[in-house]
Design a protein around this ligand. Sequence first.
Ligand SMILES: [Ca+2]
Ligand SMILES: [Ca+2]
Ligand SMILES: [Ca+2]
Ligand SMILES: [Ca+2]
Length: 179
Amino acid sequence: MLGGDFNGDDRLDIGLWSNGVWTIRYGDGAGAFGNQTTYTWTAQPGSRVLVEDYNGDGKDDIGVWQSDGSLFVRYGHGDGQFGVADQTQTHWAQPPGPSTAGDYDGDGLSDLAAWTGTAWSLRRGTGSGTFTAARTMAPPPGNGTPLMTDVDGDGRDDLVVWAQTGGEWTVRYNTTPDP
Ligand SMILES: [Ca+2]
Ligand SMILES: [Ca+2]
Ligand SMILES: [Ca+2]
Ligand SMILES: [Ca+2]
């Protein structure tokens, strides 16, 4: 389940992704989620969905990272619509593992962090739905459930990882500019 504002009314909506079926339930701002829109897209089993604003236009978009390593981004129109024509596709060798999106370098464009099996890698968004080459970040943190959010309020998202083993949160603060 993923949160975002998909129709541009400044109220949180909920998105559910299940085997290529993307369902949005629109929030009324009072805790209820009534009306819904459903899309069926061709996507491989095991795909992961990351909701972010990938092109920096202030409207939430949907990134679908497929099991063959391809990532397609469908751009939101801000009215709940996601045009078929409005998408970009990138192909990586890496299949989707634990991953999260946020603005790690604070340039206003969404970046992706993904677990490679031994470390977290960061791909910085270019604002056109594509990403720079992966840069490996030495552990810690190790593997776990990731989240990108600005923990220390400096305007750059930090990488937060929940490790079930040991029940620990680890925060990697973004304290230095990325090369
Ligand atoms: Ca909304
Ligand atoms: Ca967008
Ligand atoms: Ca960024
Ligand atoms: Ca921060």
